[in-house]
Design a binder for this molecule. Structure first.
Ligand SMILES: [Zn+2]
Ligand SMILES: [Zn+2]
Length: 363
């Protein structure tokens, strides 16, 4: 027979027994008993911890039990608080340690619940399986989300490189800025315009943003403002979020950390010197700088501020019509109607703004 002595107790707003939804928004304090305080040594280095606690208000259990969506399941296939041994285990985010208190979010335990144990979360199993293939066909970005929440910037940069074609400091900055804000907002993206990214430049930075945020050119969640600034505003449907901007002296920062990057950049990218040997060298230097950027403290590279911006309505689904001249189908709003017929812009010969390496312009 094993008996457990609580090492601490939960304090939060959850005083009534009820189904707990959105625990990630609930802030709890775990008050640790005096005798166990030394056991908290270096716990503040952890971002996520597992809490084992007791369901002190639960009595009895059913082998087959109803779960939150109305389904019934075996007790071991559920997170029901009514269990043979009333033990709860939840991974929470550790915000801070204040003496004998751990301030956490995400704990779905009632106030006064006894806490039996605390451990750093171990993500190594999740890291080594490809969750996307196994279990989450409906959330194709699950691996990206996992990398964001575990702070795995290297993995994200590697994958962003697959999209971007090379590794460079700009790509890293896009990855870093987006990771930072998504982690702050605790927001995920399903590419349905509920998370929106405003980027102010079309360069390497924006590819890091697209890859990590899931806000892309194709899903209308990427909004391009042609200001030519390395800046990103990531906001929710209500327009609330953060704007991150590269510091004015970013070139100098890169120069301090990676002195061989800028001179080679001048030769290869600015002067378009395509000598093979030089290109190879630049590739290696750029890659080193790109991954090295990830170790530079965020505040040395970026300014960040909370913002509220105006967001566009969800993109309309448009009627398709056939062009009377070229016979190709196009979105109705993109052409003109004439005597019940429609003509596309290409056939009208009108030059409409387009986006290329020079920004948005007409011709
Ligand atoms: Zn690049
Ligand atoms: Zn046409």
């Amino acid at each position: 027979m094993m008996t457990f002595e609580p090492i601490g107790r939960v304090k939060n707003e959850l005083t009534e027994k009820r189904f707990i939804k959105n625990a990630e928004n609930i802030v709890s304090e775990i008050i640790i008993e005096e005798d166990y305080l030394d056991g908290l040594y270096k716990i503040d280095e952890q971002k996520y911890i597992d809490i084992l606690f007791g369901f002190h208000q639960s009595e009895g259990y059913k082998m087959i039990t109803p779960v939150f969506n109305g389904e019934t399941r075996g007790v071991f296939a559920s997170r029901s608080p009514n269990r043979p041994n009333g033990i709860g285990v939840t991974t929470v985010r550790l915000l801070e340690r204040k003496g004998n208190k751990l301030v956490v979010t995400g704990l779905d335990a009632l106030s006064d619940s006894p806490v039996f144990d605390i451990k750093p979360s171990d993500f190594s199993f999740q890291r080594n399986i490809n969750i996307r293939d196994d279990a989450m066909p409906s959330r194709p970005r699950i691996n990206i989300e996992k990398h964001i929440s575990c702070g795995e910037s290297r993995a994200l940069l590697n994958q962003a490189g697959e999209l971007h074609g090379h590794f460079c400091p700009g790509l890293s900055m896009g990855v870093m800025a987006t990771m930072h804000v998504m982690d702050l907002m605790r927001q995920t993206s399903d590419g349905m315009e509920d998370l929106l990214a405003f980027v102010e430049t079309n360069n390497c930075f924006s590819d890091g943003v697209q890859y990590v945020s899931g806000c892309t050119f194709g899903n209308n969640a990427l909004i391009f403002q042609d200001y030519g600034k390395n800046a990103l505003s990531l906001v929710d449907r209500n327009g609330r979020g953060f704007r991150v901007r590269a510091k004015n002296d970013i070139r100098q920062v890169i120069d301090n950390y990676f002195p061989d990057f800028n001179p080679l950049f001048e030769k290869i990218v600015v002067e378009r010197n395509h000598q093979d040997e030089l290109k190879r060298k630049f590739g290696a230097v750029s890659r080193r700088a790109s991954f090295g950027m990830l170790d530079i403290p965020f505040d040395e590279i970026f300014n960040i501020q909370e913002v509220t911006v105006e967001v566009p309505a969800y993109a309309p689904i448009e009627e398709s019509v056939e062009c009377a001249e070229c016979r190709e189908v196009f979105m109705k709003s993109r052409g003109i109607g004439r005597d019940g017929e429609f003509i596309c812009q290409a056939c009208r010969g009108i030059h409409h703004p387009f986006l290329d390496g020079y920004g948005i312009h007409c011709c």
